[in-house]
Design a binder for this molecule. Structure first.
Ligand code: PBG
Length: 328
């Protein structure tokens, strides 16, 4: 007879059936945790693919309404909205960013009217409106932090006026959450949430996004305001500051290359944590899948669960709808 070794501890017993495996699963991900980014274009009948973020489009309002409707039917209710602006509207003061004629605000108003049960999150930043894609006003070739704050507040008020649920400042200027919060209180928008890009690293993984908004050829570095990828202490400091200034949710961006940072902040800051699986992180998956080297749906799911496992409550991903479709 074959010799059997005595081995009372066999971890595989906990993995032997699907029922046991799911009973002991520590982390879950479902559509309620996800946010779908969408790019909003001016005009009508615009559905223009964004090759660098494969599967994503610039949508004008007519298509946007259809896209949001199809997501809502899948139970995907949360959207992070970014404007796409005609280059003729860009200037050094980013003045179109709060121009009432800016169709971005009209689109948000219509979306909210059509889908009151959706959660609309609006990007608050100058970069789309700035010829060099800067997130701050440039004075004498440096980013002027304090001159940028009133513009961010103006964008925030325009978004609130349009009916946005959550403001998402993505600029990384000092003191902007406190500044915006004060203006909101003053103008009667005390119920509007802030989900700040609190811990935003100076990442090369933003490149496809910059391509989408037409700023990927800009040589202007963001290292004077976005965090150094080698650092964690200033990440915690930024998260704590934004919490004190009145942010309701703390965001870490990018997500996948900063899982340690998510975990650290989750332990130290007692607010919901959002993590942005950014364009370059998504594009890597898509590119490998298009070459037949990776299975996109299962790698996407593994990616999203790893971000949740690190401690993110909310995951923003270009793959949100794909996940929702696969798991309906
Ligand atoms: C700009 C902004 C960026 C992203 C979100 N808001 C790019 C940047 O800082 O240059 C990145 C999003 C992505 O890569 O998916 N304020």
């Amino acid at each position: 007879m074959e010799e059997r070794s005595i081995m009372p501890i066999r971890p595989r017993r906990n993995r032997l059936s699907p029922a046991i495996r799911s009973m002991i699963a520590e982390t879950s991900i479902s559509v309620q945790h996800l946010v779908q980014p969408l790019f909003v274009a001016d005009g009508n009948d615009v559905k223009k693919s964004i090759p660098a973020i494969s599967g994503m489009f610039q949508f004008s309002l007519d298509y946007l309404l259809k896209e949001v409707e199809s997501c809502m039917k899948l139970g995907l209710t949360n959207f992070l909205l970014f404007p796409i602006i005609d280059p003729s509207h860009k200037d050094a003061e980013a003045s179109y960013s709060y121009n009432p004629r800016n169709s971005f605000f009209h689109a948000i108003r219509m979306l909210k009217q059509e889908f009151p049960e959706s959660c609309l999150i609006g990007d608050v930043a100058l970069n789309t409106y700035h010829p060099e894609g800067s997130d701050g006003i440039i004075v004498g070739n440096v980013v002027d932090n304090d001159r940028t704050l009133p513009i961010l507040a103006n964008i925030s008020l325009s978004l609130c006026d349009a009916g946005i649920d959550i403001l998402s400042p993505s600029d990384m200027m000092d003191g902007r959450v406190g500044y915006i919060r004060e203006v909101l209180e003053d103008q009667g928008f005390s119920d509007t949430s802030i989900m700040a890009h609190s811990v935003k690293y100076a990442s090369s993984f933003y490149r496809p996004f910059r391509n989408a908004i037409g700023t990927d050829t800009s040589s202007r570095s963001k290292e004077s305001y976005q965090l150094n990828p080698s650092n964690t202490k200033e990440a915690l400091r930024e998260a704590q500051l934004d919490a004190e200034e009145g942010s309701d949710i703390i965001m870490v961006s990018p997500a996948l290359h900063y899982l340690d940072v998510i975990k650290n902040i989750k332990q130290q800051v007692h607010l919901p944590i959002a993590a942005f699986h950014v364009s370059g992180e998504y594009a890597m998956l898509k590119a490998a899948a298009q070459n037949g080297w990776l299975d996109y749906p299962s790698c996407l799911e593994e990616t999203l669960i790893s971000i949740r496992r690190a401690g993110a409550d909310i995951v923003i991903s270009y793959g949100a709808k794909d996940f929702a479709q696969r798991n309906r």
